[in-house]
Design a protein around this ligand. Structure first.
Ligand code: PLP
Length: 393
């Protein structure tokens, strides 16, 4: 076994797809200290969109929940793992999204793994964007419905697939609300129109939208004015909403009731720890009190995107805090990211097979807690490094 594993690991290294992990020696935030030295690093690669991961009130809420409700439940929800805080958080999530009910999971990966199998039978069909997140792909694999994959955000192809799927009892269109590699936003208005025309339901994964897209941070459905047309939302508590961990499904009450009975990652996995529930609950309170944080992130995103484009870079996507700096060449993306870190800017290069061949990029993620100076330093460093490596003339 050892020999086989070592050879497999060697293959991964040889293919240039080895993922190494930098060790952070401080809290998550816009400024980091890396283990083994590097202090004062400006961090542009966390999903800490609203800067709530280390917000003092979020931390305090976690400590209070830990003290009052303990470290954990030592149980799944339906045996003896449901506390008042779990019910309160589910109610708060449903209210935030203006849906009937919500159910918590240990992660959004679990929420995606659990929903399709519980909801769809061999009589039904699921239509999935080809660039959907791995957890949606895995969740769909686990279900016995008929599977259709439509080209990325291609409404003609979706319509063709919806026509083909008319023979099935129920059709569910599944898409990421915002796609994390390109920072592009699903055309939800058009998707909902097609869903209406062909009698389909719409499911969105809002991991990269909840808390900050739309005027009140409700997500892609609010941004595009279709809150009443999207039936099911899955999202995470592990990104903008405090960043601890956890995921959920929110939607019609009978669907949530069914998931409590049938969804395997919910039924057979431990309850969310109280401290994690405390973080997410406080993050939602902060967002429901005021939309100021979400708005401030939008302004920072605009500052970064416009300055980078003025400097001559191509930034994929539009108005999203995921700002992929398109470079094309995999080696260029990797050496530039390394050189950015030498200048105190932590960004990550992505290349094949994570993104298509020839479309390597450095992904920059903006947070509400980056200062204007942080953003300007990042643009300056990109400009220097881009010139040095020939990415800018
Ligand atoms: N869906 C999308 C689009 C994601 O980006 C992620 C996380 O990377 C997940 C689901 C999984 O979320 P979680 O970290 O809560 O499991």
């Amino acid at each position: 076994l050892r020999r086989r594993l070592e050879s497999e690991l060697e293959d991964i290294r040889g293919a240039g797809t080895w993922k190494s992990e930098r060790v952070i020696a401080s809290r998550q935030g816009p400024h980091l200290r890396l283990a083994g030295g590097g202090a004062g690093i400006i961090n542009f690669c966390a999903n800490n969109y609203l800067g709530l991961s280390s917000h003092p009130e979020v931390i305090r809420a976690a400590v209070e929940a830990l003290e009052k409700f303990g470290a954990g439940l030592s149980s799944v929800r339906f045996i003896c793992g449901t506390q008042s805080i779990h019910k309160d958080l589910e109610e708060k999530i449903a209210r935030f999204h203006q849906r009937e009910d919500a159910i918590l999971y240990a992660s959004c990966f679990d929420a995606n793994a659990g929903i399709f199998e519980a909801l769809l039978t061999p009589e039904d069909a699921v239509l999935s964007d080809e660039l959907n997140h791995a957890s949606i792909i895995d969740g769909i694999r686990l279900c016995k419905a008929n599977k259709y994959r439509y080209k990325h955000m291609d409404m003609q192809d979706l319509e063709a697939k919806l026509k083909e799927a008319q023979k099935h009892r129920l059709r569910l269109v599944a898409t990421d609300g915002a796609f994390s590699m390109d920072g592009d936003i699903a055309p939800l208005r058009e998707i909902c129109q097609l869903a209406q025309k062909y009698d389909a339901l719409v499911f969105i994964d809002e991991c990269h939208a909840t808390g900050f897209l739309g005027p009140n941070g409700r997500g892609t459905d609010e941004l595009l004015g279709v809150m009443d047309k999207v039936t099911i939302i899955n999202s995470t508590l592990g990104k903008a909403l405090g960043g601890a961990a956890g995921g959920y499904t929110t939607g019609p009450k009978p669907l949530i009731d069914l998931l409590r009975q049938r969804s395997r990652p919910y039924l057979f996995s431990n309850s969310l720890p109280p401290a994690v529930v405390g973080c997410a609950s406080k993050a939602l309170d902060l967002l429901m009190e005021s939309n100021a944080i979400a708005q401030s992130m939008a302004a920072k995103t605009q500052r970064f995107r416009s300055k980078m484009m003025a400097a001559g870079f191509t930034i994929s996507g539009k108005d999203h805090p995921i700002c992929p700096v398109m470079l094309g060449d995999a080696r260029l993306a990797s050496v530039m990211a390394e050189d950015m870190l030498n200048r105190g800017i932590y960004v990550i290069g992505f290349s094949y097979p994570v993104v298509p061949k020839g479309k390597a990029r450095i992904r920059v993620q903006i947070s509400a807690v980056h200062s204007d100076e942080d953003i300007d330093r990042c643009v300056e460093a990109f400009t220097e490094v881009g010139r040095k490596h020939g990415a800018l003339s």
